[in-house]
Design a protein around this ligand. Structure first.
Ligand code: RAM
Length: 890
C-alpha cells in the first residue's frame, strides 16, 4: 500500500545525481488510493528557496515544469501530493535533481592537445590534459562540468571523478553533444589542487564498424571543462579549461574503443606542452536523457586454465560487454597482454576468426581486441577505461613473472538501466533462454543499442526496431532510446532516408557517392524511426517522443512512398504498371528478412547467400518485405498523426496505408490465402501486420504451420519476423505449434543455442555449428525478441489494444506443455503489476496485483473472462471448460 505518490523522477539522466536542462518534466507513480483522473499539487524549492505554490497539475506522467525555466547549477527539491478539497493529503518524500551548466553559460574554452607523430586511428595514444589551481578558502560544495570531442576520464587530486564510463558517450557529434556533472567536493583541499583528464579518440575519431573505418566526426580532439567551487563564505571560484592548461604524454600509449588499450606505467612524465585553444567546432552542450554507462557488475572467472607457459585462458561464464580488471601487474617492466573473445575452439584456444569481416572478393579484416599493460612504479590496478570489449574469455599472456589468477575479474560495462520486468516459470530451459536474451540486450546497451559488442558495435536501426518491444519489457529504456532517436534524426539524409546505423560516424549523409549510401534506406531498418517512438509511446505514455520524431518519420515514410511510386523492381519492368503498383516498395535496396537459417551445400557446408552470389542477393525482389513495412509504418504514422492532432495527415496516411495493404494483397497474396513468397517469414509478417484479410487468416496460418512441419517443426525465420512468429501462431489458434518451436532442441532453434553453450543470443541460428565451429557474432539480440512471448503469452501479461502506459491490462496465460506455473512482473508507469499463475488439480489459479489507475481483463484458458480493479486479484477456473458448458462460461 503506497499512501503517497512515489518514485518521483525527471526525464533526464545524470550520474551521482539527476541532471536536468532548464525545463525538466516530472513523473511519479500514484498512491494506491489514487483515481485515474486524480489532480496533484507540486511544491519545489530551488537552492533552499521555495517556489510559489503549491501548483495544481493534471496527470502524473511527464508533467511540464510548472514554474519559470531553471538556471544553470540550481539544485531542486520537489514533492507532490494528491489535491483534495476536503482534507490535506500527505506529501510524497522529496526528490532532488540539479540543473546542468546550460550551454549559454559555458565560459570555458575548448582546448585540444597538440598531436605529434600521428600513428593513425586505432593506434593513437591518449593525452593527459591538466591544470593546477589553488583553493584559498574552505569549500562547501564543488561541481565539475565536463565534455569532450573524444573520450575522457577525469581526476581531481588523483581521485576519480564520478562513476560514469565512456564519457561523454556515443552521439552524432556534429549535432549533439552531452556534458557530465559530478560532485567533487570531497576531493578538493585547501591549497594546491590538480585537475587532470585523459583524452582519447573514443567514438569521435576512432575506429567504426566491421571494416574498421575511421570515424569522421572530426580530426582534432577537444575538451571543455568548468569546475564550480562554492566556498563556505558564500563566494564562488570557477576553474576553466583555457590556455593555461598543459598537455603531457599519457601512460595510455594506445587507446581505441574497438582495438583495445595499451598502458605503459614506466612512462616518465614528459615535459608539459601547451594546448591549442578554440580550434574545434562543437555543437551546443546538452544534458542527456539517458542513464550513464557504468561498471554494473564484477564477475570472478568460472575457470582458469594455463594453456601453455605464461598463457592463461579465463572463462567468465558469460558473454558480456566490459573489460578485465587486473590487480596484479607483476614487477616493474612486466608485460601483460589480454586478448578478448567470445569463443574457445575445440582445443580450448581463444578464437576470434568468426568475427573477421569480409567483403565479397576482398581480403578479410581481422578482428582483435587486445589490451596490454607494462607494470611500473605507479598504479597497481589496470582497468582499460578507454575501450570496451565483447567477451566471455580472456587470454592473458605474461612471460617472466607469475600471475595471480585471483587478481583478475570481469567488469561488466553498459548503460545502467533500471530493471522493470521479470519472468520465471517451471521450465528451466525457458528461464535460461530469458536470461541469455537479457544478457544479449545488456551486452548491446552500451550508451546506444548496438548490433554486437564485438565486430561492429554499431547501433543498427533494424536491430533495435526488432528488439525495442522486448527491451521495454525488461528495462526502463525511455531515456536511453530517446537519446538514440535523437542521433537517428541527426544522421537522417536530406532526402529523408534514415541511416543504417546511428550514430553514423561515417556520415553517409555527406557521402552520397559511397557504395554504402546505395544500401541505405531499407525496410525494417529505417522504419525504426516510426516503430521505436510508437513502442515508447505505448509503453511509457510519452507523447513528446512522438512529437520530437514526427518530422523525421514523415520524411522517412514520404521518401519510401516516393520510391514505391517512382521505382520498380526489374522483374516488373516488362509490363505497363497497374495502378496498385505505385504502392509496391520494391525498386530500392532492402536488407530483406536477413539471417534466415542457411541452406547447406552437398558437403554439408552452410551457404552464405551474399558471399555466394552478391549480385543476385542484391538484386533479388524484396518487395514483399518492403511493402509490408511500408504499410505498417504508414498506418502507424496515421495513428501518431491523430494523437498529435494533425487531422489531415491522419486521414491521408490512413488512406494511403489502406492502398499499400491492397497493393500488397494484389501483388503477394493468392486467393487461397497462400503468399507468393510462401516463406514462414512472409506469413508471419503478413499476419502480424494485419495484411491478410480476415477470411483468409486461417488459411494463411494453416500454410505457415505446414511449412513449419515440413521443416521438421523448425522455424526458418530470420531477423525481422522471428520475434512475431510465436505470437502469430498463438493468436491464430496454433498454440501447440508455437510451443513445439519454442521447446525444439535441434537446430535451428533457441534451445539448441543453449544446448551448444550459448550465454547470449547468436546472430546466426547456428552461431556454433554441430562441429563446434563458430560463425558470425555470438551476441546479437534480434532473435532474442522471442522472450517477449514469454511475457505476453506464457505469462500472459500485456496491454489491452489501444492502452498506453499500462492503463488497461490483459492477463491471459497461454500455458504450454511442461509449464505448470509462471510468474512475472512489470514496473509500469502506474506502478508494479505482478502476475502469478499455476496449474493444480486440473485448475488454473491466477493471482495478480494491479496498481491504481489501471483496469484489467483476466482471461482463463477455459475462456472465462473476469474484470479486475486495482489491488489484489485471485481466482481459479477449471483448465478446460467442458465443451457442453462453453456457451455458459461468461
Ligand atoms: C550486420 C549487422 C546488423 C544488421 C546489418 C544489416 O552486419 O551486424 O545486425 O542489422 O548487418
Amino acid at each position: 500500500m503506497m499512501r503517497t505518490p512515489f518514485d518521483l523522477t525527471i526525464d533526464h539522466g545524470g550520474d551521482q545525481f539527476a541532471v536536468s536542462g532548464d525545463r525538466p518534466r516530472l513523473s511519479w507513480k500514484p498512491s494506491s488510493d489514487a483515481r485515474a483522473d486524480a489532480v496533484y499539487e507540486l511544491e519545489a524549492d530551488v537552492d533552499g528557496t521555495p517556489l510559489p505554490g503549491p501548483m495544481r497539475v493534471n496527470g502524473h506522467r511527464f508533467v511540464a515544469w510548472p514554474w519559470a525555466p531553471l538556471r544553470s547549477g540550481q539544485r531542486i527539491a520537489w514533492r507532490v501530493r494528491m489535491a483534495s478539497s476536503t482534507l490535506d493529503a500527505d506529501w510524497s518524500d522529496p526528490a532532488h535533481f540539479e540543473v546542468g551548466l546550460l550551454d549559454a553559460d559555458w565560459t570555458a574554452s575548448w582546448i585540444s592537445p597538440i598531436d605529434s607523430d600521428d600513428p593513425g586511428y586505432g593506434r593513437r595514444p591518449a593525452t593527459l590534459l591538466a591544470t593546477d589551481f589553488t583553493v584559498t578558502s574552505p569549500v562547501s560544495s564543488a561541481r565539475l562540468f565536463a565534455t569532450a570531442l573524444g573520450l575522457y576520464t577525469a581526476e581531481v587530486n588523483g581521485a576519480r571523478v564520478g562513476t560514469a564510463e565512456l564519457s561523454p558517450g556515443s552521439t552524432s557529434y556534429d549535432r549533439t553533444l552531452y556534458a557530465q556533472a559530478s560532485d567533487v567536493t570531497a576531493s578538493l583541499r585547501l591549497g594546491e589542487n590538480r585537475l587532470s583528464f585523459e583524452l582519447s579518440d573514443g567514438w569521435y575519431r576512432g575506429q567504426v564498424g566491421a571494416f574498421r573505418m575511421p570515424a569522421g566526426w572530426g580530426t582534432t580532439l577537444g575538451l571543455r571543462v568548468e569546475l564550480h567551487i562554492d566556498h563556505a563564505d558564500g563566494t564562488r571560484t570557477v576553474v576553466r579549461s583555457d590556455d593555461a592548461w598543459t598537455g603531457r604524454r599519457s601512460s595510455i600509449v594506445r587507446a581505441d574503443l574497438m582495438d583495445g588499450q595499451a598502458v605503459d606505467l614506466t612512462v616518465v612524465a614528459s615535459a608539459p606542452t601547451s594546448v591549442r585553444v578554440g580550434v574545434v567546432d562543437a555543437p551546443a552542450i546538452d544534458w542527456s536523457p539517458a542513464p550513464p554507462v557504468r561498471v554494473v557488475e564484477s564477475r570472478e572467472p568460472r575457470s582458469v586454465r594455463e594453456s601453455g607457459p605464461g598463457v592463461w585462458i579465463f572463462d567468465f561464464g558469460q558473454n558480456a560487454s566490459g573489460w578485465v580488471r587486473l590487480s596484479d601487474l607483476g614487477p616493474d617492466g612486466t608485460v601483460t597482454v589480454v586478448d578478448y573473445g567470445e569463443f574457445v575452439d575445440v582445443e580450448g584456444n581463444l578464437s576470434t576468426a568468426h568475427l573477421d569481416s569480409q567483403r565479397p572478393g576482398e581480403p578479410p579484416v581481422l578482428f582483435r581486441q587486445r589490451d596490454e599493460v607494462i607494470a611500473g612504479p605507479r598504479h597497481d590496478v589496470f582497468e582499460p577505461r578507454h575501450t570496451v570489449h565483447g567477451f566471455q574469455y580472456a587470454r592473458i599472456t605474461r612471460h617472466g613473472a607469475p600471475l595471480d589468477t585471483a587478481a583478475v575479474t570481469m567488469q561488466v560495462v553498459h548503460t545502467d538501466l533500471r530493471r522493470t520486468g521479470t519472468f520465471a516459470c517451471s521450465n528451466e530451459d525457458l528461464d535460461r533462454l530469458h536470461e541469455i536474451a537479457e544478457w544479449s540486450f545488456r551486452g548491446n546497451a552500451v550508451d546506444v543499442p548496438t548490433d554486437c559488442p564485438t565486430r561492429e558495435r554499431l547501433a543498427w536501426t533494424g536491430d533495435y526496431q526488432i528488439f525495442a518491444p522486448t527491451a521495454t519489457r525488461l528495462y526502463d529504456v525511455l531515456g536511453f532510446s530517446r537519446k538514440w532517436l535523437r542521433s537517428v534524426r541527426d544522421d537522417q539524409l536530406d532526402d529523408g532516408r534514415i541511416a543504417n546505423f546511428s550514430p553514423d560516424g561515417r556520415r553517409i549523409k555527406h557521402h552520397l557517392d559511397d557504395q554504402f549510401a546505395m544500401m541505405t534506406g531499407s525496410a525494417g531498418w529505417g522504419d525504426a524511426i516510426v516503430a521505436v517512438p510508437w513502442e515508447l509511446y505505448e509503453s511509457y505514455g510519452d507523447e513528446r517522443v512522438l512529437s520530437e520524431n514526427w518530422d523525421a518519420m514523415v520524411r522517412w515514410v514520404e521518401w519510401a512512398l516516393g520510391k514505391a511510386r517512382t521505382e520498380r523492381h526489374h522483374a516488373r519492368l516488362s509490363h505497363d504498371p497497374e495502378p496498385f503498383e505505385q504502392y509496391l516498395w520494391d525498386g530500392s535496396f532492402h536488407w530483406g528478412e536477413w539471417t534466415e537459417p542457411k541452406e547447406v551445400d552437398a558437403d554439408g557446408r552452410a551457404i552464405d547467400p551474399i558471399m555466394q552470389n552478391p549480385m543476385a542477393w542484391f538484386m533479388a525482389d524484396k518487395g514483399e518485405v518492403g511493402t509490408a513495412y511500408l504499410h505498417r509504418s504508414t498506418a502507424t504514422l496515421a495513428r501518431i498523426a491523430a494523437i498529435l492532432g494533425h487531422r489531415d495527415a491522419a486521414a491521408r496516411y490512413e488512406l494511403t496505408a489502406g492502398r499499400v495493404a491492397d497493393a500488397w494483397r494484389a501483388a503477394y497474396l493468392r486467393p487461397d490465402g497462400t503468399t507468393v513468397a510462401d516463406t514462414q517469414a512472409a506469413y508471419v509478417r503478413a499476419l502480424s501486420f494485419g495484411l491478410i484479410p480476415d477470411q483468409l487468416r486461417d488459411a494463411a496460418a494453416t500454410r505457415l504451420v505446414e511449412l513449419i512441419r515440413a521443416a521438421g517443426t523448425h522455424l526458418r525465420t530470420g531477423f525481422l519476423s522471428t520475434g512475431d512468429l510465436l505470437p502469430v501462431l498463438c493468436d491464430t489458434g496454433h498454440v501447440g505449434v508455437a510451443y513445439d518451436l519454442l521447446l525444439q532442441r535441434t537446430a535451428p532453434s533457441w534451445l539448441n543455442m543453449i544446448e551448444r553453450g550459448a550465454t547470449t543470443i547468436w546472430e546466426d541460428w547456428e552461431g556454433i555449428d554441430e562441429a563446434g565451429v563458430a560463425h558470425e557474432s555470438l551476441n546479437h539480440y534480434s532473435k532474442g525478441a522471442v522472450i517477449r512471448f514469454l511475457h505476453t503469452h506464457a505469462l500472459g501479461l500485456r496491454q489491452a489494444p489501444g492502452s498506453i502506459a499500462w492503463e488497461s491490462i490483459i492477463i491471459e496465460p497461454t500455458p504450454g506443455p511442461s509449464i505448470t506455473w509462471a510468474r512475472g512482473s512489470h514496473e509500469s508507469p502506474q506502478g508494479l503489476i505482478t502476475v502469478d499463475w499455476r496449474i493444480e488439480d486440473g485448475e488454473m489459479h491466477i493471482s495478480a496485483e494491479l496498481p491504481s489507475g489501471t483496469d484489467a481483463r483476466i482471461v482463463f484458458p477455459d475462456g472465462t473472462e473476469v474484470s479486475a480493479e486495482p489491488g489484489s486479484f485471485s481466482a481459479r477456473r477449471p483448465l478446460r471448460h467442458p465443451s457442453s458448458l462453453l456457451t455458459a462460461a461468461q
